[in-house]
Design a protein around this ligand. Structure first.
Ligand code: TXA
Ligand code: MG
Length: 358
């Protein structure tokens, strides 16, 4: 299959291009497209064969359910068996936007799309290209992030091309996008539960709902508890190089990373450092990259996946990262970074000199 790559205007995509892309999806094909979070790998959510194609193109296990993207609130009712009152409130406040709701599905949604579950994840993205494409495709696009399974989620269309060339009919390039996947909230339990942290934080959700729980596996990733979102159990966002996170006081982190990098460089390894503008000049490694100012968590979210991809392109074998716990997105960012690192953390704050891995 030849993959067509088309640059579109982010705010006002060309109608003819969108119609063509929509036709590909209606006919059972696949199109990678921008959303405000990460690029999606889209197919017709109501067509089981499209969902199977998505799993195949992505190299993803088919027990991992897909998010159904819509472009109008009215399109929720036709695919669910009930609409809980919280869904109405959340849609009112946060849609369109980076929030995915899990609801009980009805028979119109094939099990192929939901990985065999009788619930369905629904999201109404705010991205204009995404909205236009969803409308042109019949209203329901199933889309995981447009990376091959296990690779960082794409924030640029050229990363979709890198992972999916020859596997999808079309890629729509709408520029660089936000970087953190949507917050997922399960509304099928007694109390709403956050299954994946994201731009819409627990605090924001608590302002409009009575109570919000957090999946234990999200709060404590090392607890060994299986996460409720099936996709959260897989190793994600993995760069090719080995990634380790350093925590603790700034000067200690800089010294610790420099020591580790020096040791690995002496052993002939190519090293990379992920840091912020404040410390960038202090590191000695083959490649040093900043996510922006410390505390600018939007910038961190946007740059992090891009840096991991760039390290892949540069052949970096050992990656050392500062940690990014603070800010209102700290929890969501660390959730992704910890997964990318396979939870390898060196905490220089707790015991002087003693490197702890957790
Ligand atoms: O921001 C996003 O959500 C992006 C863009 C493309 O919209 N999409 C995305 O999809 O991140 P994906 O497939 O990479 O992640 C979807 C997550 C997985 O962890 C999956 O297990 C979970 O959502 N999920 C989907 N349906 C579910 C369901 N019915 N119950 C529980 N978890 C579900
Ligand atoms: Mg993903």
């Amino acid at each position: 299959m030849i993959t067509e790559y088309i640059v579109v205007n982010e705010e006002a995509p060309d109608g003819e291009v969108i119609r063509r892309a929509g036709r590909i999806i209606r006919d059972g094909g696949l199109v990678a497209f921008p959303t405000e979070t990460v690029y999606g790998l889209g197919g017709d959510a109501l067509n089981p064969s499209s969902s199977r194609k998505i799993y195949e193109a992505k190299g993803r296990p088919s027990d991992n359910p897909l998010i159904v993207h819509i472009c109008r609130w009215e399109d929720v009712a036709p695919i669910v068996s009930e609409i809980p009152p919280q869904a109405v409130i959340l849609a009112e406040v946060f849609w369109p936007g980076p929030l995915t709701m899990i609801l009980k599905k009805n028979d119109r949604v094939p099990k192929e799309t939901t990985g065999g579950l009788d619930t369905v994840a629904i999201r109404f993205p705010s991205d204009k290209v995404a909205q236009a494409l969803i409308a042109a495709s019949g209203g329901y696009i199933a889309a995981p992030s447009a990376n091959r399974s296990g690779r960082p989620s794409p924030t640029l269309a050229r990363y979709c091309l890198e992972d999916l060339d020859g596997r999808v009919e079309m890629i729509l390039d709408g520029g660089q996008v936000g970087g953190l996947e949507s917050t997922i909230i399960d509304l099928t339990q007694e109390e709403p539960v956050i299954l994946r942290p994201g731009f819409i934080t627990k605090e924001m959700l608590e302002e409009v709902l009575d109570a919000v729980e957090e999946d234990r596996a999200v709060i404590d990733p090392d607890s060994g508890i299986a996460p409720k979102a099936p996709g959260m159990k897989y190793k994600h966002y993995a760069p090719r190089g080995e990634l380790m996170i350093f925590k603790g006081e700034r000067d200690k982190v800089v010294a610790g990373i420099n020591q580790a990098a020096a040791r690995e460089m002496a052993a002939g390894k190519k090293t990379g450092v992920i840091c912020t503008d404040e410390t960038e000049q202090q590191y000695k490694a083959d490649s040093v990259k900043s996510t922006g100012c410390r505390g600018d968590d939007k910038s961190t979210a946007r740059e992090l996946f891009r840096i991991l991809r760039e390290f892949d392109d540069e052949g970096i074998e050992r990656i050392y990262s500062e940690s990014f716990d603070e800010g209102y997105l700290g929890k969501a960012i660390m959730n992704r970074l910890m997964k990318a690192a396979g939870h390898k953390v060196i905490d220089l704050g707790r015991a002087e000199g003693a490197f702890q891995t957790s």
